[in-house]
Design a protein around this ligand. Structure first.
Ligand code: ATP
Ligand code: MG
Length: 442
């Protein structure tokens, strides 16, 4: 017999929790419970949970925050969101935040069971595609090109040390996946991975979000709250888009890197933190230091190990593999049998320059999966800009007069510029040749 799946039920109402616990246990599931997000986060740290069933509206911290925490830290946990206040926006937000399913109160036992089954099945399907095409320790990073092999080597080296890592690369090249892979292959894998978008936090909130605050630190600080660094304790933090941190923020980050301690806002007592620091940027950070936009001392503290995420155009040979991998994952999300790419369509995709890198490829495949009705994706299904750049590269887009002009020039060159000989070879008289040369500007 397979081990029963463990479900964590989270709801601020103890009655609802008990009702769900009884129902799910009667179906053979192992059930854990929590009546707040904080409690749920603690349970997740120690228990092997397969599915979290969570209420959305809860006092203090809501279900969305829990979903985000799960998506950022536990790829293998499915989420079923429950709400008593249905709105379309809420449903869309729940799905975007990472819920596999969404259930509206009140619901029957049958509705609950089938939603639980669907959530678990979805998750297993995505896990299967992951293990089918990639090794689990690569955390979703696909590629066999020499450029990606170098990345996998760098990840392995970084994972076996505790040094700070700077991940550089263009937008959409997988920098966040690389940071996750480093964490999940390191000795810290059992502890949280916390990604912080330095560009997304307003300057005024930066300190309280990163370092937390004590009750009464400012008006509105009604209780003491942990910051990202404490949440990531014993785990790994990713300071994403580090180039966006202001100079004032950089000073505060430098202190953490040097002292390995933080102070909660409103408290003067420093607290030791044990966090592996990784940072990512799509800017040339060294160039930023030269321009005075980034502190040089912070740059050197961050840049102990560097990992470069290669753009897609430098690993074109990975495109068919990536496209197939993404088609599998995305089709299963849409409950579709994955279509195939025709050889020609794949060739066009290989030739394209992919300014948006893997994210652009992923978006394209989302659109193709949603819109393509046949089993095979052909060249006409691809966006016009991609088809256009392909014809430019293949040399098949020249007009007849362009070809003629080139041929005339070649012939003329081959006879040392002698116009009468060239005219003879071309089968025209000298006047016609002169006409043609005038038209092409020679
Ligand atoms: N090698 C890869 N294999 C599979 N999927 C990848 C790979 N690289 C990137 N992706 C996917 O592409 C998308 C973008 O990746 P990610 O968010 O890690 O990029 P990023 O470098 O952090 O981009 P940005 O600078 O815009 O934040 C993600 O959905 C990710 O899963
Ligand atoms: Mg990123």
């Amino acid at each position: 017999m397979e081990k029963p799946e463990t479900i964590l039920v989270v709801d601020d109402s103890a009655d609802t929790v008990e009702m769900l616990r009884r129902n799910l246990a009667s179906r053979g599931f192992a059930v854990l419970t929590a009546t707040s997000v904080t409690q749920a986060v603690k349970v997740l740290e120690t228990a092997q949970v397969g599915l979290v069933v969570t209420d959305i509206k809860m006092p203090d911290i809501d279900g969305f925050s829990l979903m985000r925490h799960i998506r950022e830290n536990y790829k293998a946990i499915a989420v079923l969101a429950i709400t008593g206040f249905p709105t379309i926006d809420g449903a869309i937000r729940a799905m975007k935040t990472g819920a596999e399913e969404y259930l509206i109160k009140p619901f029957t036992d049958e509705e609950l069971f089938s939603a639980v089954d669907r959530s678990l099945r979805r998750l297993r399907l995505t896990q299967r595609t992951h293990t089918r095409t990639i090794m689990p320790e690569r955390c979703g990073l696909v590629g066999e090109s020499p450029a990606m092999m170098a990345v996998f080597d760098a990840i392995a080296r970084a994972a076996s040390s505790t040094a700070t890592v700077l991940i550089q690369g263009e937008s959409g090249t997988g920098k966040e996946l690389i940071a996750r892979a480093i964490h999940y292959n390191s000795a810290r894998a059992r502890f949280p991975f916390v990604a912080v978008n330095c560009g997304g936090i307003p300057e005024s909130l930066f300190e309280s979000e990163l370092f937390g605050y004590v009750k009464g630190a400012f008006s509105g600080a009604t209780s003491t709250r942990a910051g990202f660094f404490q949440t990531a304790d014993r785990g790994t933090i990713l300071l994403d888009e580090i180039s966006e941190a202001s100079l004032a923020m950089q000073v505060k980050l430098l202190r953490v890197l040097q002292e390995r301690e933080i102070s909660l806002l409103g408290s003067s007592k420093p607290i030791k933190v044990d966090v592996r620091i990784t940072a990512a940027t799509n800017r040339d950070l060294y160039d930023h230091t030269l321009k005075g936009l980034f502190r040089e001392d912070l740059f050197y503290r961050l840049n102990v190990i560097t990992v470069s995420a290669p753009p897609l155009r430098e690993r074109q040979e990975d495109i068919p593999l990536l496209a197939e991998h993404l088609l599998g994952v995305i089709s299963e999300k849409y409950d579709r049998r994955p279509p195939r790419f025709s050889e020609e369509a794949l060739e066009v995709m290989r030739q394209y320059s992919w300014p948006g890198n893997v994210r652009e490829l992923e978006n394209l495949i989302h659109r193709l999966t949603a819109m393509c009705t046949s089993d095979i994706i052909e060249i006409p299904d691809l966006p016009p800009s991609m088809r256009f750049s392909a014809t430019c590269n293949s040399g098949l887009s020249r007009t007849l007069s362009q070809v003629e002009a080139e041929y005339v020039r070649d012939v003329l060159a081959s006879v040392g510029g002698n116009k009468s000989t060239a005219a003879k070879i071309l089968g025209v008289d000298r006047k016609t040749l002169r006409e043609k040369l005038r038209k092409t500007g020679d």
